[in-house]
Design a protein around this ligand. Structure first.
Ligand code: EPS
Length: 400
């Protein structure tokens, strides 16, 4: 990735931190921008008690001066306001935990993590496997979104399925609808489905159970030509799929109508190409009649809208554990240890999916347009888009 980031920190540690490398100089960034995105991630009906008191206290430690990036690594710390309660249990000083967790939760990283790293205590795994880490990703993604906004790219998400409840379909939301989506307790654009989803969360909560679901991610204004077909690891859909699959508890990613088109005939599976010079410059005037491919063909963005679906399994931590597990010390069948948890984190996952999409698109945009300063990046994007022209390419000289 041209734009790289590395997060550090544990769920109940002192702080999370992230270093973002590769941003051009001159990008306006404020602490309020970061706080606003972090607050969006904490939204969502079905989250546990921690989200009510965890504050995501942001400190900018480097790479930004007087509200603009310097081109050097941006270093952000997000303090865990819960730290005072965990200071002893999570202390970095030599010592032993007061309670050892030996009954791993089915579906979580606990058991495989303990075996892989040689731990006796599942807390040594779960503290880092926790989705709390996504707060640091969202901070990095805020910078990517800000960069993309300067070339007219907007990424948004909405929940299309929560547990068994699905939205009815209908028109896709546009960037103007984002405030309405965020105002929905389950981040669902379809109000009728939203109330069914809330009822499903209430029912699962009553039984100490958890719910998964699906979000749709929409990236508007993406220029043609991000990603490439020339190597497997440069394909935009491959890059986005990896980034989206890396979100904790995500089990499937689809572009456009991916699963459905597999069962159709070719004549019903692709997007017809039309020419309309008024269609907007990022696609050079070409327009696809449908979004079956999700805006990516041959691993290259076709210009305009990218559509992805991201499926999250129900959280593995259950308020009322019922699945059998084995105590790693006694080897006896038992139920897992109890850990505070959410009923569902699908609405928050949507914000993280936006983040991961924005980071990949910003990275690929920087690869294509380059630029050490924001002004240079914008100029290069404008030059490319205007050179796409609104007329078909002229034949090569030799053939005239
Ligand atoms: C999480 C469990 C809960 C969530 C946490 C992720 O934390 P706790 O055990 O402290 O109540 O609240 O999510 C966050 C803290 C966050 O910021 O998203 C887990 O097991 O992954």
């Amino acid at each position: 990735m041209v734009l790289r980031f590395l997060t550090g920190g544990e769920s109940h540690g002192r702080a999370l931190s992230v270093i973002v490398e590769g941003l051009p100089a001159g990008l306006p960034v404020t602490e309020e921008d970061l706080q606003a995105e972090l607050a969006r991630r904490r939204l969502g009906f079905g989250r546990g008690p921690r989200m009510r008191f965890e504050q995501d206290a942001v400190t900018l430690l480097g790479g930004i001066r007087h509200g603009r990036t310097l081109g050097s690594p941006v270093v952000i710390e997000i303090a865990n306001t819960e730290w005072p309660k965990w200071e002893v249990e999570m202390s970095p000083a030599p010592g032993v935990p007061s309670k050892v967790l030996t009954q791993p939760r089915p579906g979580h990283a606990d058991l495989a993590g303990m075996q892989k790293y040689g731990f006796d205590d599942a807390r040594d795994v779960l503290e880092r496997a926790s989705a709390r880490e996504t707060a640091a990703r969202v901070a990095a993604g805020t910078l990517a979104k800000l960069l993309l906004s300067h070339i007219g790219v907007t990424v948004l998400s909405h929940v299309v399925q929560l547990g068994p409840e699905r939205s009815a379909g209908g028109p896709m939301p546009t960037p103007e609808d984002l405030a309405r989506i965020d105002a929905s307790p389950v981040r669902c654009f379809d109000e009728e489905a939203a109330s069914r989803m809330e009822a499903a969360v209430r029912a699962a909560a009553k039984e100490g159970d958890s719910l998964g679901g699906v979000v749709e991610v929409l990236a508007y204004g993406v220029p043609v030509g991000l990603g490439s077909y020339v190597h497997w690891d440069r394909r935009l859909d491959g890059l986005l799929a990896q980034a989206l699959m890396s979100i904790q508890a995500v089990k499937a990613v689809e572009f456009g109508e991916g699963w459905d088109v597999a069962g159709r005939r070719g004549s019903k599976a692709h997007d017809a190409i039309h020419w309309n010079p008024a269609e907007g410059s990022v696609s050079g005037g070409y327009r696809r009649a449908t979004t079956r491919a999700g805006g990516i063909e041959g691993g290259v963005s076709i210009g305009g809208l990218i559509v992805a679906h991201v499926a999250m399994k129900p959280l593995a931590t259950l308020n009322r554990p019922v699945l059998e597990t084995v105590d790693v010390v006694t080897k006896e069948t038992t139920l897992s240890f109890k850990e505070r948890t959410d009923v569902t984190a699908v609405p928050a996952m949507g914000v993280v999916a936006e983040t991961m999409t924005a980071l990949v698109l910003a990275s690929e945009a920087l690869r294509k347009f380059g630029g050490d300063s924001l002004a240079e990046f914008i100029r290069n994007h404008e030059a490319f888009v205007s050179a796409l022209g609104t007329a078909p390419s002229a034949p090569p000289l030799a053939l005239r």
